[in-house]
Design a protein around this ligand. Structure first.
Ligand code: HEM
Length: 408
């Protein structure tokens, strides 16, 4: 007999890809602490997930702490490949605390807010071209290039090699997916081998001629005599690039699609710009770009199953926290499958995680989405899908790879 939950947790199923939320609902009700084939403990209740993400007893350093099957050659390769500095995202305290303090000193809200006028100009230029043609392929023309340009300008990186940077960063994120194959890992390694020398050249130049940008800020940052090492700096810049490319693009894509499917909500936002921040929170809750993240318990952790039974996560287990399921948990969000841009508690969503790894780029991503989507819906009276959206073949990252629109 097939385990019921096994049918509910099959992210490779096209129906799951297209709309995972009904699957999450059943999983949360029938098997909220589910041991998936291959080992990870999949947890889908909001409260359980918050408890894990805010606990010091769970590590984010999966490579160092999660048990794995020595015969799994892909996993062995994945771990062997890791050299150099870990990114902030993979570190636990005290290393995480130290690095986060240093980078936060340069990555300030005012540095982000300074970009607002530029962002508006970039978006308007894209929309001008769309107005002339009466159509736009939203992902390629707006959702990807604007966040890319923003992160490049924030770091003051040259943009001539934008196409290469995009393909390197795509290869890197594909290599981070739980289902990565040996070919994906090879491609990710090839990408990093090209990306690092490229960054080293730029960092060296910037060291000798500092400017008013985030990269110069990171080079100069100092806290009680502590600074970022060259390897830490490169790892952080790579993370910013990957995070800046592969997430916000999907917030703009998924968010626009959700609005097109809810024309009343679209009209509500169009007519009320004061909704900008709340609307983006609700879009993040409704269909966020990052569907899950992982932690490893450092001591046995007890969860309660659907029938009151105790399920123990042992040290070395991989605990998969399904952020998308938490964001549709009816114990926190009333009528969770309804998009309500004025939802009173939308900001409790976990799309940016919670706890010490809470997304450092959250305010930047929200501003990009509010500017991109907000200006799109106010510029055009009519916005229609000009083709069926196609969901990308990813597990952790959720987004459409094309969103052709007719606009007038
Ligand atoms: C809608 C867009 C975005 C989403 C949904 C998102 C989501 C996330 C999530 C879920 C985490 C934490 C993962 C965990 O707890 O294991 C995270 C961490 C992080 N994000 Fe984002 N992110 C977005 C955009 C960005 C942008 C634009 C940047 C920077 C340019 C960024 C930089 C980071 C960094 C540096 C971390 C690591 C923080 C730490 O470990 O202390 N993110 N993000």
């Amino acid at each position: 007999m097939i385990d019921v939950a096994e049918r509910l947790w099959d992210p490779s199923d096209p129906a799951f890809r297209a709309n995972p939320y009904p699957f999450y609902d059943r999983l949360r009700t029938e098997s909220p602490v589910y041991r998936a084939p291959g080992g990870p403990l999949v947890i889908s209740r909001y409260d359980d997930i918050v408890r894990v993400l805010r606990s010091n007893a769970f590590s984010r350093d999966v490579e160092a702490n999660a048990k794995f099957d020595e015969n799994d050659i892909v996993e062995r390769r994945r771990r062997d490949r890791r050299g150099g500095a870990k990114t902030i995202l993979n570190l636990d305290p005290p290393d995480h605390t130290r690095l986060r303090r240093l980078v936060s000193k340069a990555f300030t809200p005012s540095a982000v807010d300074r970009l607002r006028p530029r962002m508006e100009t970039m978006v308007d230029e894209v929309l001008d071209r769309a107005a002339e043609r009466g159509e736009i392929e939203l992902v390629d023309e707006l959702a990807f290039p604007v966040p890319f340009q923003v992160i490049s300008e924030l770091l003051d990186m040259p943009t001539e090699r934008a196409d290469e940077l995009r393909s390197w960063s795509q290869a890197l994120t594909l290599g981070l997916e739980p289902g990565a194959t040996m070919d994906d890992l090879d491609a990710a390694e090839a990408a990093i081998m090209q990306l690092i020398p490229y960054l080293v050249t730029i960092i060296d130049e910037r060291r000798s001629t500092p400017g008013d940008d985030l990269l110069s800020g990171l080079l100069a940052v100092e806290d009680e005599g502590d600074t970022l090492s060259p390897a830490e700096l490169i790892a952080f810049v790579v993370l910013l690039y990957v995070a800046g490319h592969e997430t916000t693009v999907n917030l703009i894509g998924n968010g626009t699609l959700a609005l097109l499917r809810h024309p009343d909500e679209l009209a509500r936002w169009r007519n009320d710009p004061s909704l900008d921040s709340a609307a983006v929170d609700e879009l993040l809750r409704f269909d966020g770009p990052v569907q899950h993240t992982v932690r490893v318990p450092m001591e046995p952790a007890i969860f309660i199953g659907a029938h009151g039974e105790q399920i123990v996560a042992e040290p070395g287990d991989t605990v998969l926290t399904v952020l998308g399921a938490a964001n549709h948990d009816p114990t926190v969000f009333e009528a969770p499958h309804v998009l309500r841009l004025d939802r009173h508690n939308a900001q409790r969503h976990l799309a940016f995680s919670t706890g010490i790894h809470y997304c450092l780029g959250a305010s930047l991503a929200k501003l990009e989405a509010a500017t991109g989507i907000g200006r799109l819906i106010r510029r055009f009276e009519t916005i229609e899908l000009a083709g069926e959206p196609h969901w990308r073949d990813r597990l952790t990252i959720r987004g459409v790879d094309r969103l052709p629109l007719r606009v007038s």
